[in-house]
Design a protein around this ligand. Structure first.
Ligand code: UGA
Length: 433
């Protein structure tokens, strides 16, 4: 199949590359010339496990092409995925301008039947919106096309794996012809498909992300009570998760969720409710709980030290979760801001997010080349991202290097018993210690 993917962000690039991997001829389009030039040379703009090798493999086989020409992308393909950004506006609404622009161009260049696929996370009703814009911009109104909704459920860091191993593929379509083409594209993935109407497909995406975020804020509130009553949230989550109706995933208490999706999609869902005359109550609180949770380590430090002025804080982990260099809405940004306003000295280390961190945070803290350099002379080590390498640290060496053997584990990921045996003061989130 000849497929075009518009937008080479993490959704578009991963989708395009994976569709090429299974044998389709894929054209990826982006307005950013520099990005396209790098991609032509096999260099992805983001870090995703397996992505670089897969891009290079498919470039070599000539199945994957990169261009800035949307005209070529539209004319040469039968299926066009729209995977451009839909950032939040300052008023909480979703900025659809990039999607609208692509829809206009598709209308302008359309030269035969196309299936247009909304892959970006877009408000309910967007399939219709794209349909209208394409139609309005077509010169030859006799050309047929369909717009379907096909939301993505990829996690950053494991996006390639998730593409081939997802729990479901959701296709929102009102056209049998388009549905058959979408089924053909995804046939070889061996993932259950749910075919529904576009509005329901669009809602499934928001409802899924908001529900997962709700699980996280829920367990974080349980953690906050656990630590007051001497219960251990890890045990509580284990006990809850055995119940299949609850499930054991997304019940890790900690400093809350970040990333480009959960916070944005919750606000998006609230806006969709508002526009429809309904006020979402639960997810509003989910966000409030998360906002407080992400600066919890700072509150713990304020209690422990009284005054943080001049305190040496070592931060381990900056990205919003392991496996990515993404800092968008990362709890670390909020922790650092609070610590800096209290006058703490900060040294930080992250296995892959250092370059991004320098761009976002600037030179107001010290960036270290490895975790041991980061903990040298520290009054407290604060772990914010549960990178596997932090579990494997030589904590005897860490103890030699620090001023005070004190660890705040914002992700409940370290072995608290072994650390306490080594003479560390250890505090997690909701562990009843
Ligand atoms: C999320 C969804 O999981 C994907 O299904 C969805 O496709 C994606 O958003 C999207 O809309 O594009 P992602 O943002 O990559 O994926 O990250 P997650 O792995 O879901 O983690 C989100 C945040 O929740 C992270 O900050 C993580 O640390 C936090 N989290 C997760 C917890 O605090 N506790 C948990 O138990 C699980």
């Amino acid at each position: 199949m000849r497929i075009t993917v518009v937008g080479t962000g993490y959704v578009g690039l991963v989708t395009g590359t994976c569709l090429a991997e299974i044998g389709n001829e894929v054209i990826c389009v982006d307005v950013n010339e520099e990005k396209i030039n790098k991609l032509r040379n096999g260099i992805p703009p983001i870090y995703e496990e397996h992505l670089e090798e897969m891009i290079n493999n498919n470039l070599a086989k000539n199945r994957l092409k990169f261009t800035t020409s949307l005209e070529r992308g539209v004319k040469l393909s039968d299926v066009i995925f729209i995977a451009v950004g839909t950032p939040p506006k300052s008023n909480g609404q979703i900025d659809m301008s990039q999607v609208d622009e692509v829809a206009k161009s598709i209308g302008k260049y359309i030269n035969g039947y196309k299936v247009i696929v909304n892959k970006s996370t877009v408000p309910v009703g967007s399939a219709n919106r794209v349909k209208n814009i394409v139609y309005l911009n077509m010169k030859d109104k006799s050309i047929e096309f369909d717009v379907v909704s096909n939301p993505e459920f990829l996690r950053e860091g494991t996006a390639v794996f998730d593409t081939f191993n997802g729990d479901r593929i959701v296709i929102g379509s009102n056209s049998e012809k388009a549905t058959e083409i979408m089924k053909e594209i995804y046939e070889s993935f061996n993932i259950p498909m749910l075919i529904t109407n576009p509005e329901s497909a669009e809602m499934i995406k928001y409802a899924s992300n908001a529900f997962l975020a709700t699980k996280i804020s829920f367990i974080n509130e349980i953690a906050n009570v656990c630590e007051r009553v001497g219960a251990d949230v890890k045990e509580v989550a284990k006990g809850m998760g055995i119940d299949k109706r609850i499930g054991n995933k997304f019940l890790n208490a900690g400093i809350g969720f970040g990333g480009a999706c959960f916070p944005k999609d919750i606000k998006g869902l609230m806006q969709i409710g508002n526009d429809a005359g309904y006020e979402f109550k639960i997810v509003k609180k989910v966000l409030e709980v998360n906002n407080a949770q992400r600066i919890k380590p700072v509150e713990m430090l304020r209690r422990l030290f009284g005054n943080l002025n001049g305190v040496n804080v070592s931060i381990l982990g900056l990205s919003f979760k392991p496996g990515t260099d993404d800092l968008r809405e990362a709890p670390s940004l909020y922790v650092i801001k609070e610590l800096q306003s209290d006058g703490a000295n900060i040294k930080a280390y992250d296995p892959i997010a250092m370059e991004n961190a320098k761009l976002v945070i600037g030179n107001s803290m010290t960036y270290c080349n490895d975790p041991y350099e980061a903990v040298e002379g520290s009054d407290v080590v604060v772990l914010l991202t549960e990178w596997a390498e932090f579990k494997k640290l030589d904590f005897n060496r860490v103890k030699e290097l620090v001023n005070r053997p004190l660890i705040i584990d914002g992700r409940n990921t370290l072995d608290s018993n072994s650390l306490k045996e080594k003479g560390f003061e250890y505090f997690g989130i909701g562990l009843g210690d």
